[in-house]
Design a protein around this ligand. Structure first.
Ligand SMILES: [Ca+2]
Ligand SMILES: [Ca+2]
Ligand SMILES: [Ca+2]
Ligand SMILES: [Ca+2]
Length: 292
């Protein structure tokens, strides 16, 4: 009995799909990816992975498909990458990035890298047009500028590196890309195509970027790092490094960087195991103990 029910429902399904897709003769697999305003009219378009081979955009009942030229792909992010209204769909497709412009119904492709690479984020790094797409590709950081239809590559290091934040650090137009590269902090000013290197540690001293946020209450984000026993804050606008000694040979960590006192500039809250925590008030360049 059960078998019969299953069989007849299969027939019903087949019939249903043949009606939906009379020309193709098989059921397309559509996976919903999300909804965004892709043409700037204030209404959301629906975006689907269509059979693993295309992105389908459905807008008020109208379907448009954009073929993806590589079989291994995913929708990395969605952002406005040019001067036109509405967001673009940013697809990582094999060794290239494909940006789908739904509003004007075209794709642009950018060759990126023939190895492991990732889309980190999007941000307006040159302060013109839309957002740039920031990509890590082997030893290089790439900034893909879809407004200008070009790619700029910055060599970082053959060693271990990562992007710690993307913020305006120098109060010049455009956001900066903040990178930890071995012993160095590198700040990429994509607006002027330059890199500034700050030497942070020597030897194999452990350090990391805890945040990129305004801590001194003056315009421009600071780079906050834990470096051995010290909290180090780089004020990129002036190029000054400020250090706060947290412990002597002890273990500690940045719990949070947040505005505690309601005055411009975030405070840095620090955890120290088996001890009072500390709060660094960079605006006044002071440090206090936190009650347990
Ligand atoms: Ca756009
Ligand atoms: Ca831009
Ligand atoms: Ca800037
Ligand atoms: Ca600041």
């Amino acid at each position: 009995m059960k078998k019969t029910v299953f069989f007849s429902s299969m027939l019903a399904c087949t019939f249903f799909f043949f009606n939906l897709f009379p020309s193709s003769g098989y059921a397309a697999v559509r996976n919903y990816l999300g909804s965004w305003d892709l043409n700037g009219n204030g209404k959301l378009e629906q975006v689907f992975n269509y059979n693993g081979t295309a992105i389908e955009v459905v807008s008020q009942g109208q379907s448009t498909k954009f073929p993806i030229s590589n079989p291994v792909w995913h929708l990395a992010t969605v952002a406005n990458t040019n001067d036109t209204q509405g967001a673009e769909l940013i697809v990582k497709a094999g060794d290239h990035l494909q940006i789908i412009h739904y509003k004007d119904r075209y794709s642009t492709e950018y060759q990126v890298f023939n190895g492991m690479w990732e889309v980190v984020s999007t941000s307006n790094t040159d302060h013109r047009g839309g957002d740039e797409v920031i990509v890590t590709a082997g030893a290089n950081l790439k900034v893909i500028n879809d407004s200008l239809r070009n790619t700029h590559e910055y060599y970082i290091t053959n060693g271990v590196w990562y992007v710690g934040g993307i913020e305006d650090t120098n109060q010049q137009p455009g956001s900066e890309i903040v990178v930890k590269a071995g012993n160095d902090l590198k700040i990429i000013y994509d607006g002027i195509k330059r890199i500034k290197t700050y030497s942070i540690s020597t030897s194999a001293q452990y350090w990391k970027i805890a945040g990129v946020v305004d801590t001194d209450g003056k315009p421009g984000a600071e780079v906050i790092m834990s470096v051995g026993d010290h909290l180090m804050i780089v004020r990129d606008k002036s190029g000054v490094k400020k250090t706060y000694q947290i412990t002597k040979n002890g273990v500690w960590s940045v719990r949070q960087i947040t505005d505690v006192d309601g005055i411009t500039g975030a405070e840095v809250l620090i955890d120290i195991p088996n001890s009072n925590g500390k709060i660094v008030i960079d605006r006044t360049e002071t440090m206090k103990n936190l009650k347990k």
